[in-house]
Design a protein around this ligand. Structure first.
Ligand code: 5AD
Ligand code: SF4
Length: 428
């Protein structure tokens, strides 16, 4: 999401004649995009703000801004803490970025954190996607769920879905500029719903419309909420070849008692049933997830329920976090906080279990042939790299120059914890 937002403002700045550069010490405008979902990300952002603000000592004319969720939450406080800032702009306000940045360049200091701005089409520059094969489209903003631990509904506002014709035009533009793999984005992507003059367009309807675009090879979406994973969406995994065999479906906890306290609105039984239906629709589907340990009041038994769910589902991979208090959320006011040491212990146990499962799943790819959308040279330089439908990184040998954007058949020789390795497969 933040990457999409950064690209969104970048394209406006390029339109105004600016050029992206690597070294912030040489930039004339610096925008720091921030996340406040977890404590760790917030600390990182504050230390970056300190370092970037000091660049003004040497180059007082530069403009420095903070965008994203910390901007939304802290607003004026940020200007007070870092007087060098010229702009504090919330996630919804970037849709008015062109007007706001103009005023900043004229010398105004601006704090803009309105949450009621309707999402707009990005500036979409022709040259922006050169050499890229994957892109994101933000199809909805905000969240109405108010999970008790989560700051997102407070900093990103209520849910609003973009009109389907805008999304389709954006996708067509991307495809005509070489993009083959599109990920639809939203905090709660599968609750997408648009009333098009009385005609209701559900998320599954939108996916079907997008799958018709010629030249688009792959469609993905993230992040889904289990309570909104409807049968019509699961059906798309039966019928749409372009829909990739991957779903990111955060479960957060394996204990029904904790799920209730989290206000997640599903049970572990419901979650497992969704997994069963997804695998029935698409046997090779990769399922990834988010999970938290140490939610207030989480007992050893609750934690064992989480481990048990992980063992039963066998996720392809899991992002796991220690619960952290977020200011103003319900969970932050709950008693029975778990101490840091215990949280760390649970996190380590969980991560060891998941690592074993991920490695085991990836090893089962050895000997199989997968289709990889080539993205270019791998980091090491002597291999090619891309992803398979399951979104796994595949590094591979080839005796030919592979073109980014080409679909390549690869025989997997080795499965690792974070990637697969193989060689180009020639059909004899
Ligand atoms: N503490 C720890 N993890 C959190 N997440 C969201 N809020 C918190 C919090 N207060 C995690 C959830 C979510 C992911 C994006 O971040 O697992 O799915
Ligand atoms: Fe946060 Fe996701 Fe829950 Fe919304 S659905 S409140 S973004 S965890």
């Amino acid at each position: 999401m933040n990457e999409y937002d950064s690209d969104f403002v970048s394209q406006y700045l390029i339109n105004m004649g600016y050029m992206p550069i690597e070294d912030p010490a040489e930039a004339d405008i610096i925008l720091i995009n921030t996340c406040t979902v977890r404590e760790k990300a917030e600390h990182k952002a504050y230390s970056l703000m300190g370092r970037i603000s000091s660049l003004k000592k040497k180059r007082p004319w530069i403009k420095i801004g903070v965008m994203g969720c910390i901007a939304q939450q802290e607003a004026e406080n940020l200007m007070e803490r870092f007087p060098g800032l010229d702009l504090v702009i919330g996630p919804r306000d970037i849709y008015e970025f062109d007007e706001i940045i103009q005023r900043v360049l004229e010398g105004e200091k601006i704090v803009s954190t309105k949450l009621d701005i309707i999402p707009r089409i990005p500036a979409l520059r022709d040259d922006f996607f050169k050499g890229k094969v994957k892109a994101f489209i933000s199809i909805m903003q905000g969240c109405n769920n108010f999970c008790s631990y989560c700051i997102v509904p407070y900093v990103r506002g209520r849910e609003v879905s973009r009109p389907p014709h805008e999304i389709i035009n954006e996708a067509k533009f991307l495809v005509s500029h070489g993009i083959k793999d599109i990920t639809l984005l939203g905090q709660n992507v599968n609750s997408y719903l648009f009333n098009d003059n009385g005609k209701i367009i559900r998320f599954s309807d939108l996916i079907k419309l997008l799958a018709e675009i010629d030249g688009l090879l792959r469609l993905r979406f993230t992040t889904s909420h289990p309570k909104d994973l409807s049968d019509d969406l699961i059906d798309c995994f039966y019928t749409l070849n372009k829909l990739c065999s991957h779903i990111h479906l955060p479960f957060q906890a394996g204990s029904n008692r904790i799920l209730k306290r989290m206000n997640r609105n599903y049970t572990r039984e419901h979650y497992m049933e969704l997994v069963r239906k997804l695998r029935e629709a698409r046997p090779d589907i990769a399922i990834t997830s988010d999970v938290m340990v140490g939610f207030p009041g989480e007992t050893e038994e609750d934690f064992q329920d989480t481990l048990d769910l992980i063992e039963k589902v066998r996720f392809d991979s899991v992002f796991s976090f220690k619960y952290s208090d977020r200011k103003g959320t319900k969970a932050s006011m709950m008693p029975d906080k778990i101490n840091e040491q215990e949280k760390l212990k649970r996190l380590k146990t969980l991560q060891e279990l998941q690592k074993r499962i991920t490695l085991d799943i990836n090893k089962r790819y050895e000997g199989r042939i997968v289709e990889v959308l080539c993205e270019g040279r791998s980091k090491r330089g002597d291999l090619w790299t891309g992803r398979n439908s399951q979104n796994k990184i595949v590094n591979f040998r080839s005796d030919k120059d592979e073109l980014p954007g080409n679909m390549v058949k690869v025989k997997i020789l080795k499965g690792y914890a974070n990637s697969l390795f193989g060689e180009k497969y020639y059909v004899r």
